[in-house]
Write a protein that binds this ligand. Structure first.
Ligand SMILES: Cc1ncc(COP(=O)(O)O)c(C=O)c1O
Length: 458
């Protein structure tokens, strides 16, 4: 590609189209009230631009649809399984690959096996399902992110890095209580921020020094590798697959939601080198997900993922992917909307604590902003703040470290004009932010409350 042109285009053209349903503001006001002011409860047909998640929503490629035709649904030993396993091992050559229906199933199996009361699992930042699965086992989920990662405006190139001093002092004091150290690449709950190869190496060295297994939560491994390629000294000459393989070589295992970088509608896996742990995990897999050569997946899903993995590391795609997310973030920043900077890989995170400073954290400023973005412009986002993380294992409620609203960008789904529309809506809502009300929770489920809670405006 000729790099002399500054416009980075979508490296694909549209092959089949899906209509969007236009709605009026009054229809949306009624829909969100009916949904208990929880955007997860909306009918997707009532959403114009769906930025709730980048998970499972990526448009599949022509070659993925073609691969689906090769799907073999044999219960055991399907050729689709062997193609999937080979595609995973091409980048993540762990001895054991255990397929699951999505990331949280891999988490559930792993933490049911290694978690338990009195144990601590450190991570740069646990994603919500990861935290919930650690805590459901009785263990403590401890976030050890570098200080810059908590500061929405700190311009650090790798704000997803683990705080190495904090990790070392934890391992020094409590090594026997730490069954595994996790690192989430990129750091979804902390703004989609990458982790440097240097930091991954140091975490690996610390873990191996203290003889504790090191696992990756690697949903966005390709985006993280692209940031390493772009931002880390000495990495720009390397191929993305080589960077990915080096990352994998530093770890002892991984969990994966294949609904992210591998372009899956569904899927995930758990992988590791430890034979004894793998056997325990496979036994649980058979109990909850299925036979070890399909996990919870159809053969055609395994085929789509094997192909998707190849596409995920293509430099033209990654350049466009990271640039198009930055395009949205930079435009919002220019319009005076406070966003987490630098712009992350898969999403733009609006700093609702700053934008809606009149709403205290326990009245959920992020929820207030999400509801307004939907009502005004039909945009569905998600709160990543006190609604998601405020309830503590001891039953108390406390403000989350940050009050963010995430605009997640589904892969290869929306065009630049959709994004220009989002910029216009967010800017208009931000201008009027001081008039938005806080919220009160009227129904709260016992765990992962953000998915099904109900609210009312104050
Ligand atoms: C970092 C991270 N870990 C784990 C998960 C859980 O994956 P899944 O939604 O496939 O269960 C997600 C999903 O968004 C994630 O972003």
């Amino acid at each position: 590609m000729d790099q002399s042109f500054k416009t980075i285009i979508e490296p694909f053209r549209i092959h089949s189209v899906e209509p969007l349903r236009m709605t009026s503001e009054s229809e949306r006001a009624a829909a969100i009230e009916f949904a208990g002011f929880n955007l997860f409860n909306l009918h997707a047909q009532d959403v114009l631009i769906d930025l709730l998640t980048d998970s499972g929503t990526g448009a599949m490629s022509r070659d993925q649809w073609a691969a689906i035709q090769h799907g073999d649904e044999s219960y055991a030993g399907s050729p689709s399984w062997f193609r999937f396993e080979a595609a995973v091992k091409e980048f993540f050559p762990f001895r054991h690959v255990i397929p699951t229906h999505q990331g949280r199933a891999a988490e559930k199996i792993l933490f049911s096996t290694v978690g338990g009361a009195g144990r601590i699992v450190p991570n740069n930042t646990h994603f919500d399902t990861t935290r919930a699965n650690v805590e459901a086992s009785g263990a403590e989920a401890r976030d050890l992110l570098i200080a810059e990662g908590h500061d929405a405006s700190a311009l650090h190139p790798f704000k997803g890095n683990m705080d190495l001093d904090a990790l070392e002092s934890l391992l020094k004091e409590r090594r026997d209580d730490v069954p595994v150290v996790f690192l989430t690449i990129t750091n979804n709950s902390g703004g989609g921020q990458p982790v440097s190869l240097g930091n991954i190496r140091s975490v690996s060295e610390l873990c191996h020094h203290y003889d504790v297994p090191f696992f990756l939560d690697a949903c966005r491994f390709a985006e993280n590798a692209w940031f390493i390629h772009e931002r880390e000294e000495g990495q720009s000459g390397r191929q993305i697959p080589d960077i990915v393989r080096e990352i994998a070589s530093l770890a002892d295992g991984m969990t994966m939601s294949a609904k992210k970088d591998p372009f899956g509608n569904i899927g995930g896996w758990l992988a590791m080198n430890d034979d004894v742990l793998a056997e325990k995990c496979r036994n649980l897999l058979i109990l909850t997900e299925g036979f070890p050569t399909y996990g919870g997946l159809a053969g055609r899903d395994l085929e789509a993922l094997a192909q998707g993995l190849k596409e995920a590391v293509h430099p033209d795609y990654l350049r466009y992917r990271i640039r198009s997310t930055a395009y949205l973030g930079e435009a919002l920043d220019k319009a005076g909307v406070p966003v987490v900077k630098p712009i992350g890989g898969h999403a733009v995170y609006i700093d609702a604590k700053t934008l809606l400073a009149h709403i205290p954290p326990l009245q959920y400023p992020g929820q207030a902003l999400s509801v307004a973005l939907y009502t005004v412009g039909g945009i569905r986002s998600v709160e990543i703040g006190t609604v998601m993380f405020g309830r503590q294992p001891d039953g108390s409620e406390k403000p989350a470290a940050m009050e963010l609203v995430r605009l997640a960008i589904p892969r290869r789904t929306y065009t630049q004009s959709h994004v220009d529309y989002v910029i216009e809506v967010v800017t208009a809502v931000a201008k009027d932010a001081a008039s938005l009300p806080g919220y009160r929770m009227t129904h709260e489920p016992p765990s992962l409350r953000h998915f099904t809670a109900q609210f009312e405006p104050l």
